[in-house]
Design a protein. Structure first.
Lengths: 355, 297
């Protein structure tokens, strides 16, 4: 890790001078804030509210080989500081995506991080192959999908299955485009899954995906979602996500991480950076505030400046190291210079108190 | 013009029957609003625990000079989010995105138009009536609700329309019954060329059936603004979908926030609401064991 130069807040440079750039394996971006998969469609709908060229990029909604209708409604339930969703990966399929969505991102100078999802190892490999020669900044592999070849077992919950997908994608993916595996928190040992993905060739990891939840309608006493279970997201899961980033960064300090889970402000983003993320993705907050990606980028820059940190990279994993942030200092202790008091109180004796 | 996000403030809030009408200073929205469009309002404050925006049809817009443009919307208190909204007071800050969605399509030539509203679903019909009258259209209203307190816009309708028919489920105002009970007579009497409606899905389905059967089955077009539950209002969350037939004849799960909320009545798959019909684009991909997918991203 780099040595950190901590300056006092008095000479903090204005936010414009903060170096926000970050490296995600082969991809260097000038800003660490991305939109999270499934929360930004393919970017276009957010362009009235954000300059998408000025943030790190857009992680697209997971794309599959064929079009998918998604699940019946209701697909969403609001929960305290969060929400459950059970969309079912509605999407147009890879052909339409390449023609309409990826080309829009490229034409508008937006860094495209393409999320891919499949139901077999072969699906993922085919999708990665289709991305060759395309304007792709990064590939994120959504492995929180059931494997049809293994009784619907979710790839992300099995180290071997996760590795098989990552390895197939890495082999098929265009050279020089980093492959990130997006991990599910619904596992016993996320570090074991993370290591398995990295050993299989993942250039980095995105953590975390949603965690499973259920909400019951208090009136009907039936599940609120047509799909019964849904993925829980939003600020409610942030400490869970920070814990995952912390553990994986501690075990694999040289693997770049994208931190995801309940980020609502720039300071929330900084928490992930400090825990070991090289970049962050913002998701559910976009439903609350469509201009959140730009706002959080701005707030993160200001938060770094306020703490006297010049370069975002200096803050990555800083929470794992001994205290370095300058805390405003108290005046020097006065030492021996205490003057004799002019008056000393009497030494009071107390009687025994009767019960 | 794309929608804008405005950190506005509450100009006024007043009870209207069982509802509340809130006017918000939100310049940039009023100026570009078309009838049938809606706003998505954040509730519970910047650090609040309710993250999803609440969507409301735009009832009125005004240019208030030095205050900037205002938009007015109507809501019922259904839960904690709308209760929070009802507790706002003038000058409280409020975050509004709009105008959103596709507006009602207007007839290119003067036409006889029947506007049907259910409860506070009637709210967007008054901007529509204005626009239609400016084009030389005849406007007649049918307003219905569960009871008299839940009728919305009776005075507006009487002021603007050639005629107004009222229905209530309990008979406390107008005819006892549903809007679809009186609609055939209104269509016939006014020589209606088109029906516009906004309200609950069951009402819209009934209105569509009446319009499609009008004139001994010849049918007239309907323009219907749906009320689907939304999370973002801007087209990114994919929660407000319903099965809609496209220009190519194919059924897709369409987002009511960006592809609607106004749809032609004959494009909605009334037989399959709340489901994904087997012939919808991409439905086949859901039949595989991916049905087991418990998690979306």
């Amino acid at each position: 890790m780099n040595d950190v130069t901590i300056r006092t807040t008095a000479d903090a440079t204005p936010p414009a001078d903060i170096d926000m750039s970050t490296a995600l394996a082969g991809l260097t971006v000038s800003d660490p804030v991305f939109t999270a998969s499934g929360c930004a469609a393919a970017g276009r709908e957010l362009s009235p509210f954000n300059d998408l060229r000025a943030i790190g990029g857009v992680v697209t909604k997971s794309i599959q080989l064929a079009p998918r209708s998604g699940r019946p409604t209701p697909r969403m339930a609001e929960t305290p500081s969060g929400m459950l969703n059970s969309i079912g990966l509605q999407g147009p399929g890879i052909d339409s995506f390449l023609d309409n969505d990826l080309s829009w991102l490229a034409d508008n100078g937006v860094c495209a991080a393409v999320s891919i999802a499949g139901s077999s190892v072969d699906d993922y490999a085919k999708l990665a192959t289709r991305l060759r020669g395309q304007p792709v900044g990064l590939i994120e592999v959504n492995i929180s999908c059931p494997n049809v070849e293994d009784r619907g077992q979710v790839f992300a919950c099995d180290a071997g299955a996760a590795a098989a997908v990552v390895s197939a994608v890495r082999r098929a993916a265009p050279n020089g485009v980093p492959v990130f595996a997006k991990l599910s928190p619904d596992v016993t040992d996320i570090v074991a899954i993370a290591k398995s993905c990295v050993d299989a060739g993942a250039d980095g990891l995105s953590l975390i995906n949603t965690t499973l939840g259920i909400a019951v309608d208090p009136t009907t006493l039936r599940p609120m979602l047509a799909g019964v279970t849904g993925g829980l997201s939003g600020p409610a899961i942030r400490p869970l996500a920070v814990r995952c980033v912390w553990q994986v960064h501690a075990a694999l300090p040289h693997v770049p991480l994208m931190g995801i889970g309940g980020i609502r402000t720039g300071v929330d983003a900084l928490e992930f950076i400090a825990a070991g993320a090289s970049a962050v993705q913002v998701g559910t907050v976009i439903f609350n505030d469509p201009s959140a990606p730009s706002r959080i980028s701005r707030e993160l820059r200001a938060a770094l400046a306020e703490r006297g940190i010049d370069r975002l990279r200096d803050a990555i994993g800083i929470a794992h190291r001994p205290p370095q942030i300058a805390v405003p200092e108290e005046p020097d202790p006065p030492g021996d210079e205490i003057a004799e008091p002019a008056f000393l109180p009497r030494n009071v004796q107390f009687e025994e108190a009767s019960p | 013009m794309p929608p804008v996000q405005v950190r506005g403030e509450v100009f006024s809030i007043k009870p209207v029957g069982d509802y509340f009408a809130m006017t918000v200073v939100a310049s940039g929205i009023a100026e570009q609003t078309k009838p049938g469009q809606f706003v998505a309002v954040a509730v519970s404050g910047d650090n609040g625990a309710m993250l999803l925006r609440r969507a409301f049809s735009i009832y009125q817009v005004a240019d208030r000079g030095i205050y900037g443009g205002t938009v007015e919307f109507v809501f019922a208190v259904h839960g904690k989010g709308t209760a929070w909204l009802a507790s706002r007071r003038p000058h409280d800050p409020i975050d509004v995105v709009g105008p959103l969605g596709r507006p009602f399509k207007l007839p290119a030539q003067p036409a006889n138009c029947v506007l049907v509203g259910g409860g506070y679903g009637a709210a967007p019909l008054f901007l529509l009536a204005d626009a239609l009258r400016k084009r030389g259209c005849r406007v007649d209203f049918v307003l219905g609700a569960a009871n008299a307190d839940r009728l919305f816009g009776a005075l507006d309708a009487k002021r603007m329309a050639a005629s107004v028919a009222f229905t209530t489920d309990d008979g406390s105002y107008g005819d006892q019954g549903r809007v679809s009970d009186v609609l055939p007579e209104v269509i016939e009497r006014t020589h209606a060329d088109v029906v516009y409606a906004c309200g609950p899905m069951a009402m819209l389905a009934a209105v569509h059936t009446v319009a499609a059967d009008a004139y001994h089955g010849a049918g007239i077009p309907s323009q219907l603004a749906v009320e689907e539950s939304m999370a973002c209002g801007v087209g990114v969350c994919m929660t407000c979908v319903l099965p809609v037939i496209g220009d190519d004849g194919e059924t897709r799960m369409a987002r009511s926030c960006v592809e609607g909320p106004v749809f032609a009545g004959d494009r909605i798959r009334w037989d399959a609401l709340g489901t994904v019909p087997a012939d919808a684009l991409g439905a086949a991909a859901m039949m595989a064991p991916t049905e087991l997918a418990e998690q979306n991203t």
